[in-house]
Design a protein around this ligand. Structure first.
Ligand code: RB5
Length: 150
């Protein structure tokens, strides 16, 4: 599985803490920045990860900012992206099983590195349940076609 991970300055330290976890998990990943704690704009990093996932270059994305929220809102602007903010393992599991979420966002100011690692681990190792949930995910995608840009 190929993963894209990125953060803004407010998520930089947590993003750095997650990299060895990806390595331990044997994940193939690209760190798309940022590279330090100098102030940057989170939509720029959300766009890099979201477009990479939407184009099929990556299977999943992980984004970290201060809260996880700005990254989530930004990533969800890209067609084909189902980004969720999750700071607990139950939400991470259900986001995969029922919503087929493809981008996880977390906030460094919200969650510690230990729990964040577990949330990411669950998100990256849980499969979509399919079945009736596939119909609903298809309907979400349909909203992009029918209401995109309005
Ligand atoms: C940066 O200060 C902060 O606004 C950002 O990291 C994020 O929390 C936005 O949603």
């Amino acid at each position: 599985m190929k993963i894209a991970i990125a953060s803004d300055h407010a998520g930089y330290r947590l993003k750095q803490a997650l990299l060895p976890v990806l390595e331990e998990m044997g994940m193939d990943y690209d760190d798309l920045g940022t590279v330090d704690e100098q102030s940057v704009d989170y939509p720029d990093y959300a766009l890099k990860v979201a477009t990479g996932v939407a184009r099929g270059q990556y299977d999943r994305g992980v984004l970290v900012c201060g809260t996880g929220l700005g990254m989530c809102i930004s990533a969800n602007k890209v067609d084909g992206i189902r980004a969720v903010t999750a700071h607990d393992t139950f939400s991470a599991e259900m986001a995969r099983r029922h919503n087929d979420a493809n981008v996880l966002t977390m906030g460094e100011r919200v969650v510690g590195p230990g729990l964040a690692a577990e949330v990411m681990r669950v998100f990256l190792t849980t499969d979509f349940d399919g079945g009736r949930h596939a119909r609903r995910v298809d309907k979400m995608t349909g909203i992009e076609r029918t209401h995109g840009g309005c």
